[in-house]
Design a protein around this ligand. Structure first.
Ligand code: F6P
Length: 390
């Protein structure tokens, strides 16, 4: 039996690329003479009872392109910390002692924790308790400021873009308004990128206050200019004009309240106010499932390999990050509770405005790229397209 061993777990909401991290870590560990154990269902597998499985290059074969995580995950377990900008929630000290026992009993040199903001906050508390952890950031929302991209995001954007492509054709056929609700709790990256890639006309983000008048203005303006359909992309975390979030349940303590329903409200208001037929699609967990994109496979694999390197070099308390072109690391402490939100003055938002995309906040100064709302644009069929019998 090898004397060198490390553990790995995947925590929080799953996303495409988790298996690629596991595979990358197992291969890198193997080539450095380390055994790997995988803990099941996130942090839950670490204590009472300890649930783990040996991971080898053989039993992780073929998982690179598989969605989900072979280790399972949980985001509502005993270790759950409230995430994002809220107050820190302490992990029960008895659980921390239990984790120390597990690390000791299995003679682990280090533990790789793959997770989002909440899971990394737990990893930080492990570090403070002297447990040798390294972090790997994961979230489809791409809302961690310490890394330019997280794996999972690119796959989620591809899924949302595909949905918009499909909605585009049916919207055009029926001259309807289509509202697509995508994930994005604190940050509107998925909505913004998918909206740009999929030809959205209105994009509602948590970062830009909006109102129904401006959303409906855009729909009517398009109709006046011969564009009889409109694609609206809303991030689930975009607050209503009054400032409230749309949730699927009462506010929860100790875990995130489930968001959802904004798309339906926006669609209802558009139909009421503009009298244009409107439909809603909630993309939901389709964004989190399925195979990772090429980009996510490459990023996740590098994250897995780099996490093993951090353990070998005993750089505990650090988190892998991506600052193109480098795969690097930062203290986990610097990564948690620091959200990366869409830069409302950034190039993507400016490009979107230059294209005439509305953020529901009315006409904004767009600098040299301003496109006049009055510029004649029409996608009406050419007059010779429809032949009439004399
Ligand atoms: O990971 C964040 C996220 O994708 C959010 O955008 C979304 O609100 C949440 O996960 C949903 O998670 P679940 O349904 O697993 O609780």
């Amino acid at each position: 039996m090898s004397e060198k061993r490390l553990g790995i777990l995947t925590s929080g909401g799953d996303c495409p690329g988790l298996n690629a991290v596991i595979r990358g870590a197992v291969k890198a560990a193997d080539s450095h003479g380390y055994e790997v154990v995988g803990f099941l269902k996130g942090y839950e597998g670490l204590v009472d009872p300890v649930h783990y499985t040996p991971l080898t290059t053989r039993n992780t074969m073929g998982i690179l392109n598989q969605g989900g995580t072979i280790l399972g995950s949980t985001n509502k377990g005993r270790f759950a910390a409230t995430v994002g900008v809220k107050d820190r929630v302490e992990v029960d000290p008895r659980l921390l002692e239990g984790v120390k026992d597990t690390v000791r009993q299995l003679s682990l040199n280090g533990l790789i924790c793959v997770g989002g903001d909440g899971s990394l906050a737990v990893a930080q508390q492990f570090t403070e308790a002297g447990i040798p952890v390294v972090g790997v950031p994961k979230t489809i929302d791409n809302d961690l400021s310490a890394t330019v991209f997280t794996f999972g995001f690119d796959s989620a954007v591809a899924c949302a873009t595909d949905a918009l492509d499909r909605l585009h054709t049916t919207a055009a056929s029926h001259e309807r308004v289509m509202v697509l609700e995508v994930m994005g709790r604190h940050a509107g990256w998925i909505a913004l990128y998918a909206g740009l890639a999929g030809g959205g006309d209105v994009i509602l983000l948590p970062e830009i206050p909006w109102d129904f008048e401006h959303v409906c203005d855009k729909v009517l303006d398009r109709a006046r200019r011969g564009k009889k359909f409109t694609l609206v992309v809303v991030a689930e975390g975009a607050e209503l004009p009054g400032g409230s979030l749309v949730t699927l349940e009462e506010e929860q303590s100790g875990r995130q309240t489930r968001l959802g329903g904004l798309g339906q409200i926006v669609a209802h208001e558009i139909e009421e106010r503009t009298k244009r037929e409107t439909r809603t699609v909630v993309l939901g967990h389709l964004q989190r499932g399925g195979p990772p994109s090429t980009f996510d496979r490459v990023l996740a694999t590098q994250f897995g390999v780099h996490a093993v390197r951090l353990i070998i070099e005993e750089r505990f308390g650090e988190m892998v990050c991506y600052h193109p072109p480098a795969i690097d690391s930062v203290p986990i402490m610097e990564a948690v509770n620091r959200l990366s939100q869409v830069n409302v003055q950034g190039s993507a938002v400016r490009a979107a405005r230059a294209l005439g995309i509305s953020f529901g906040d009315g006409p904004q100064s767009m600098g040299p790229f301003h496109v006049s709302r009055n510029e004649p644009v029409s996608d009406e069929l050419p007059s010779d397209f429809i032949q009439t019998l004399a």
